[in-house]
Write a protein that binds this ligand. Structure first.
Ligand SMILES: NC(=O)c1ccc[n+]([C@@H]2O[C@H](COP(=O)([O-])OP(=O)(O)OC[C@H]3O[C@@H](n4cnc5c(N)ncnc54)[C@H](O)[C@@H]3O)[C@@H](O)[C@H]2O)c1
Ligand SMILES: [Zn+2]
Length: 346
């Protein structure tokens, strides 16, 4: 069941009007970047309402998910006398919902915030589960807190302006949710054309899976770790390519990571070969990914994964599609083999 705090809406303006009819705030700020200001803000308010809200704007992109952007916004909130009974609305992708939530959760020891995620990735993943934060000294999400939004409003119409690349990036997390928890949904999306998707259904399914897992383990001491399937090697690939000419979006790197971690699942004799092939097929069909290089750097980055303890690499493995196990220790040789497998099947 999708939690009651996450509402799927068809008319975001009237959903917000309902919300404000039963919640009183002294001041309301809306956090946007230049893209969501242009493409999404008009959907949530009319021009004549702008004076009721303070627009808080940061530059788009992961490179701005940092303390300097937070300082700029905290400054603005302070200057405009936001008190503890104020609200921040996060209107944007995962960068905005992660950072806006963090700004709100720390300003005057915490004010309310609501999320209006506008990318597929933010709708199925980033705005669910209460992880908030910013990057620090080139470490992703190094500083942060856990706190849930007061409400999250999901309107799939925002996806209409998203580029195909960004849409695919979010789709990687949808595939992941099926792989770790729902074989029959995986089989359903396996034969589904991306542009024929009923987005509301598929997003609800993902939110549902993530919410159930998070509810049982908010602070990631155990089961929540399975949400990291594909992410140990995926993150290592993502950060390896961060300083290369060809950068990868998060979901693009995770998609490759899922092939590699599925291969390892097969090698340690859990996942069947035909399931490994199905996983590889769907990812190659959707992402049309390129070969990866820089194996040594990827290995080195895999050791830096947050889930590792005592310099051992731990990943999530699939026993079969829909069944995932966390904290499986592997050696770097298996990572090399998995990267070789990936390059060979392209
Ligand atoms: N908290 C969590 O549990 C969690 C989970 C997964 C990812 N994340 C975080 O999410 C972030 C990535 O999220 P993202 O991919 O949404 O990135 P993003 O916020 O950078 O958005 C991607 C791009 O799309 C633009 N955009 C947003 N909405 C749009 C729309 N409707 N139409 C057109 N363009 C639009 C943005 O301006 C940006 O340029 C990362 O920082 C990651 O760490 C957090
Ligand atoms: Zn992810």
């Amino acid at each position: 069941m999708v939690p009651s705090k996450i509402l799927f809406v068809n008319n975001i303006k009237s959903a917000l009007a309902d919300f404000f009819s039963s919640n009183n705030y002294t001041k309301i700020g809306i956090l946007v970047d230049e893209n969501t200001e242009k493409l999404c803000l008009p959907s949530i308010m009319n021009n004549n309402e702008h004076s009721d809200f303070l627009i808080l704007k940061i530059k788009s992109g992961e490179k701005n998910k940092n303390i300097n952007s937070c300082i700029k916004i905290w400054d603005k909130l302070t200057y405009n006398k936001f008190d503890r009974n104020s609200l921040i609305i996060n209107l944007g992708g995962g960068v905005i919902t992660d950072m806006g939530g963090f700004i709100a959760a720390t300003y005057k020891r915490g004010i309310d915030f609501i999320n209006i995620p506008t990318t597929l990735l933010a709708q199925v993943d980033a705005s669910v589960g209460g992880k908030l934060g910013i990057d620090f000294n080139s470490y992703k999400n190094q500083i942060g807190v856990f706190k849930e939004s007061k409400f999250t409003f999901i309107d799939t119409k925002f996806l209409l302006t998203l580029s195909k690349r960004e849409l695919n990036s979010g789709y990687a997390e949808i595939i992941k949710h099926c792989l770790i928890k729902d074989k029959s949904k995986f089989n359903e999306i396996y034969n589904q054309k991306l542009d024929k998707n009923n987005w509301e259904n598929i997003i609800k399914h993902s939110v549902d899976i993530k919410s159930i897992i998070v509810k049982s383990d908010l602070k990631e001491n155990g089961l929540r770790k399975i949400l990291n399937f594909g992410h140990t090697i995926g993150h290592a690939i993502e950060s390896t390519y961060m300083n290369k000419e060809k950068k990868l979006l998060h979901g693009e790197a995770i998609a490759i990571g899922m092939i590699c971690e599925s291969y390892i699942s097969y090698k340690v004799k859990k996942l069947k070969f035909d399931e490994l092939k199905k996983i590889s097929n769907i990812i190659i069909k959707i992402f049309n990914p390129k070969k990866v290089d820089f194996f040594e750097e990827i290995i080195e980055k895999s050791y830096q994964d947050k889930k590792n303890i005592n310099n051992k690499i731990k990943i999530c493995v699939l026993n079969e599609i829909g069944k995932c196990k966390y904290d499986y220790e592997i050696n770097e040789n298996l990572i090399v083999k998995s990267l070789e497998y990936y390059n060979k099947i392209l």
